[in-house]
Design a protein around this ligand. Structure first.
Ligand code: PFF
Length: 453
């Protein structure tokens, strides 16, 4: 039984801040720089920007429209607009839940770095920071403890409800994070030897372009904008009818992309200046930034403030990940918010335990179908397979089942606002975006490979 129980609502600016809060997170600060490093630098950035401006914008508008129109959680929303396609909404509950299991682990890493920098123990010297990171993440017990701490912080915030918890925090912390990123980027760019990093970051080398680059950029677009898992449907469901979501779906990706690009400026020049490997992977920010802070006056103070802000960015994202399954339990099983929140957090934590161990003692154990360790397997299936699939089906549902007329009514609030990008969006949503997503998805799921052999 879907109902409107306990849903609360957003103010217009509160919505933008919360939606930006959901999208700006570890995806921008942690993931974007290391993916850029792994996927050839500038060429990845160019492909990423193209995908954001086309598929990202379109899917963002699509999700917000579905949420605002139905005022329901993703499953209820799809049931209402296209009952046979309810399973797309199921992805909107399942995928964020999968993501939150390992998002909590990275959130735990950030907590650990806060503690270490407060105590002045964060190693600044290049080689040490690398060893420190690798031995910490593979140590088992401590990462699990900090994951639990991160989960508890999240649960407490969500329990407080939609507007009070999320909105209040976003208003102050997002601008502060931007300011600090700019300061760090300036330091990084002016380090001796940073030029090679800037060139790597800004000068696209198209000989490095592969299908893998495009797959990674698409996955990152969905991950970073919180798309393909119903987060924006859920947030949209709290929107008043009078809000202009066409504008919102430009502003939110714009803010998100600025944060990602700034993180790139903060990290990649320093990677080259200190002689780290740009393709080092998930540890890149944790290895590089301590060395940058070490080169700044009052370095440990900057480190403390920075990692605290990263923590808040991570929390505003993880609460939105947890919000989906939670809001579904509230709507469908009449559960109260407190109980639903703790249940989701508890199960997510249980699953995080083997994921954390798969970076240490269980790293050799692999699972079908991708033959990766547990952490990599869950993240690959969620980000490269299920999220794009949800995006694909959303485009099909909006473009061909629910229909452009209904979509337009939701976007314009029955004609109250103009729909300036209507021509572009309708071609994108009906044909181009689903086709492009399908091609990339066939590649990332390994299906294309079967035919190419
Ligand atoms: N967009 C977030 C980030 O970039 O860190 C991650 C995320 C949050 C994904 C919420 C999905 C979501 F529903």
């Amino acid at each position: 039984m879907e109902n409107q129980k306990d849903r609360g609502s957003f103010s217009k600016i509160g919505f933008i801040l919360a939606a930006a809060g959901s999208s700006i997170g570890l995806g921008n600060l942690w993931k974007f720089p290391y993916l850029t490093g792994q996927n050839g630098g500038g060429v990845f950035v160019v492909i990423y920007l193209i995908i954001i401006a086309t598929i990202g914008f379109t899917c963002m508008l699509g999700e917000m429209a579905i949420g605002k129109y139905t005022k329901l959680n993703p499953i209820g929303a799809y049931k209402k607009i296209a009952s046979k396609w309810k399973f797309v909404g199921v992805l909107g509950i399942l995928v964020p839940f999968m993501i939150v299991t390992y998002y909590n682990i990275i959130g735990g890493w950030v907590l650990k770095y806060i503690v270490e920098s407060v105590m002045g123990h964060l190693p600044g010297i290049a080689g040490d920071s690398e060893n420190f990171f690798t031995s910490y993440v593979s140590s088992g017990g401590a990462p699990i403890f900090f994951t639990l701490l991160f989960v508890i912080i999240n649960a407490i915030i969500i329990q407080a409800g939609v507007s009070s918890g999320i909105e209040r925090a976003s208003k102050v912390l997002m601008p502060t994070l931007f300011a600090l990123l700019i300061v760090i980027a300036i330091r990084s760019v002016t380090l001796p030897g940073a030029g090679a990093g800037l060139e790597f970051y800004l000068k696209p080398d198209f000989s490095k372009l592969t299908l893998g680059t495009v797959t990674a950029a698409l996955g990152q677009c969905f991950f970073s904008l919180s798309l393909g898992m119903g987060a924006m449907i859920t947030y949209g469901s709290y929107l008043p009818d009078s809000s202009n979501i066409e504008k919102d779906s430009i502003v939110v990706p714009l803010l998100d992309t600025c944060a990602a690009l700034l993180a790139g400026f903060a990290i990649l020049p320093a990677v080259f200046a200190f002689g780290f490997e740009p393709s080092a992977g998930p540890g890149l920010i944790f290895i590089t930034l301590p060395a940058v802070f070490d080169s700044m006056p009052l370095g440990s103070l900057w480190a403390v403030i920075f990692f605290i802000l990263v923590l808040f960015a991570a929390i505003t994202s993880s609460v939105s990940l947890i919000e989906n399954p939670t809001s579904w339990l509230i709507d469908s099983y009449d559960m109260d918010r407190k109980k639903a929140t703790w249940l989701v957090c508890f199960i997510a934590f249980l699953i995080a335990i083997p994921e954390a161990l798969s970076m240490g003692i269980w790293s050799g154990i692999t699972f079908p179908p991708m033959a990766m360790n547990f952490f990599d397997e869950v993240s690959y299936i969620a980000e490269s397979i299920l999220m794009p699939a949800a995006g694909f089906f959303m485009c099909i549902v909006i473009g061909h089942v629910w229909g452009m007329d209904n979509f337009e009514k939701a976007v314009t609030n029955n004609g109250e606002f103009p729909f300036k990008s209507k021509g572009f969006v309708s071609v994108m949503i009906k044909y181009i975006a689903p086709f492009a997503i399908l091609c990339i998805w066939l590649n990332s799921s390994g299906i294309l490979g079967l035919f190419m052999k």
